[in-house]
Every structure is written in C-alpha cells, then in structure tokens.
Design a binder for this molecule. Sequence first.
Ligand SMILES: [Zn+2]
Length: 236
Amino acid sequence: MNEELKELLLLEEIESKISQIEKKLTEIPAQIEKLNQEKENILSKLYNIDREIKNLELTKKEREIDIQTFQEKIKKIESILEKVRTNEEYKMYLREKAQAEEAILELEDEILKIMEDLENLKKEREILAVQVEKEKEEIDKNIKELQEEIPKLEEELKKLKEEEKSLRNRIAPEVLAKYETIKQRVKNKKVIAKVENTTCTGCYTLIPPKVYSQLLKGEQLLTCPNCGRYLHYEPE
Ligand SMILES: [Zn+2]
C-alpha cells in the first residue's frame, strides 16, 4: 500500500477515536447528574415514609395529652360532685363526666388505629430501607466508575492528540490540505473511501478502469474522480 495512504488511514482512525473520546467526556457529567437525581428520588421515598411516621407519632402524643386533660377534668368533676347540693347540678356534672369518658374512649380508639398504622409503616420502611440501600449502592458504584473513567479518557486523549500531531507533521502538506478539504465537504463521513467491487463506497459510483488499474498497483495516492475522496483498495 502507498505509504501516504497508510498514514492518512491512521490519521482518520486517530481522529475518529479522538472525537469518540471527546463525546464521551462531554456526556459523563450529564450521566453522573442523572444518576444523582435517581439516587435523590430513591432516597426521598425513605424520607417521605420517615416523615409520615414522625407525624403519626406526634399525633399519638397529642392524643395522649388530650386523654390526660380529660382524665384531670373527670377528677375535678368527681370532687365537685361530692359537694353538689341540687339534683339539677348533680345531673349536669354527671353528664359532663360521661361526655369526658366518651371522649377518652374515642381518643383511645384513635390511638389504637395510629399504633396499627405505625406498625405497618415501620414494616414497610424496613423493607424499603433494604431496597433503597441496594439501589443506592448500585448507583454509587456506577457514579464512581464514571468518575474514574474521566482521567483515563483524558490521558488517552492526550496521547492520541500527540500521535495525531506527529502524524500530521509526517504527511506532506498538500496531501494533508486535500484531506482537510475533503473532510470539510463530507462532514462526519469518511474522508478515505474503500473501493469494493470496483465501486467507491463514498459515493457509490464505479471507478473508471484506468484509475482502477492504478489502484491495483497500489503505488500512487488516488482520489475518486466523482466524489474526490481518497481511495483505499485492499486486495481480498
Ligand atoms: Zn467516490
């Protein structure tokens, strides 16, 4: 194969590796951000259940205090009842006492219900905590891997760029200039087109017999008469 073509092929390969690495490097921060967001979402499930438990415990405490208040009221009524003189007053205080007792029963029912809810929530939390821990570990592992990839990619990129630079210095300026012109024109596609079945795979037209026979000799650096790409022919 023509030496210049060999170097151009190598240049194209290095450039493609460089752009792949650069793409990866720009994508990593967003990937890490996404994973952190995922972790936040998972952890918030736990925060929510914790908040619910805390609220219920607080309500339970409030109801217990309410019961105490009613119990004190009942005691007070009982001491008043000992001193009451009229029948009417007696009835009124008895009614008040009965109401307080009823309120206590209702509060006790409510507390039982809260305790039941609390028990269920705590069981749920236990299961969730195991699951969250597992998922969090997995995400942290992925984040760490991505973070560790950055310096490796940067190192690789540095080496490739050095390689690219020295390669560019070795290639004849006019050959390189033409390479750049084709590259600008073909955008993200290949600058060097493979020839398969006497066809340029860059533009899919037949290579004229004269160019093709020169190509077979492999001595000259040739371009496609139709699309202008450098041609690369590999004997089967
Ligand atoms: Zn072509």
